[in-house]
Design a protein around this ligand. Structure first.
Ligand code: KIV
Ligand code: NA
Length: 273
């Protein structure tokens, strides 16, 4: 067992804030592992890593490959893998089959799925059968086609009440924590004080029990639009561009490779053929 378990995450409610980030590869998992309580292999990898327009085309095979890569790099943080669109919405049985493959083939600790009250039966089915579930309510990117965009949720009273009902439903169904994405701040705070399990906010509220960001956004490795809720902690994209420019100059000027990079440069001379 890793130092961070599902029960520890659940017990963190009302204590130290939970530190969560996304990871898609082994080296990033290794770099983030000790600083984080939870690493999420998010289906955001469709956009961030594969250049897709949305998370809709992400497959179970993609999630399994990246989930396994992250699990190999994480020795401390809890690893959670997203169930992708189409792999769980049909029935609790379908969700269990997909979740079982993810757990068995990646070595991760839990799965995440999008949906509130509508997914409560599925969350109950999975948790009763040994699959820990992180729920995801508010803005649900897998529903972008139905919602028509990524606008913040909960501005109207009726919608806010429905989101509170979603939070209650997934917590009662047995989710060990709930990601609350893209909702107006007072609503995220209210959900946090309403349910007994931790809320993990993204574009939500400082009062959530934890925070998550897409790592590539927070480290400056995404080149498109940066959402309002992101704080940039590094400019890795600029560092990579500068490294490529310096390498290009060295190769073109024959400054690279140098003596110290070569095999056998100081050994016996080999006669030209
Ligand atoms: O896919 C993802 O990265 C997510 C987080 C932003 C919560 O679901
Ligand atoms: Na996701």
């Amino acid at each position: 067992m890793k130092p961070v378990t599902v029960s520890k995450i659940r017990a963190a409610k009302g204590k130290e804030p939970l530190v969560c980030l996304t990871a898609y590869t082994t080296p990033i998992a290794q770099a983030l592992d000790q600083s984080c309580d939870l690493l999420l292999v998010g289906d955001s990898l469709g956009m961030v890593v594969y250049g897709l327009e949305s998370t809709i085309p992400v497959t179970l095979e993609m999630m399994i490959a990246h989930g396994a890569a992250v699990s190999r790099g994480a020795k401390h943080a809890l690893v959670v893998v997203d169930l992708p669109f189409g792999s769980y919405q049909e029935s609790p049985a379908q969700a269990f089959r997909s979740a079982a493959r993810i757990l068995a083939e990646t070595g991760c600790d839990a799965v995440k799925l999008e949906g509130g009250a509508v997914m409560a039966e599925t969350i109950e089915f999975l948790t009763a059968r040994g699959v820990p579930v992180l729920a995801h309510i508010g803005l649900q990117p897998q529903s972008v086609n139905a919602l028509g965009g990524y606008a913040a949720r909960g501005k109207q009273a009726a919608e806010a009440e429905a989101i509170v009902a979603d939070a209650r439903a997934v917590a009662d169904a047995g989710a060990f924590a709930v990601v609350v994405e893209g909702v107006v701040a007072p609503l995220a705070a209210r959900i946090t004080s309403t349910i007994r399990v931790p809320t993990i906010g993204i574009g939500a509220s400082a009062e959530c029990d934890g925070q998550i960001l897409v790592t590539d956004d927070m480290m400056g490795m995404t080149f498109g639009h940066v959402p309002k809720f992101v704080r940039r902690y590094a400019d890795v994209g600029a560092a990579v561009k500068a490294a490529a420019e310096a390498y290009a100059e060295d190769v073109r000027a024959r400054r690279f490779p140098a003596e110290e990079h070569l095999y056998g440069a100081t050994g016996p001379k080999i006669a030209a053929g």
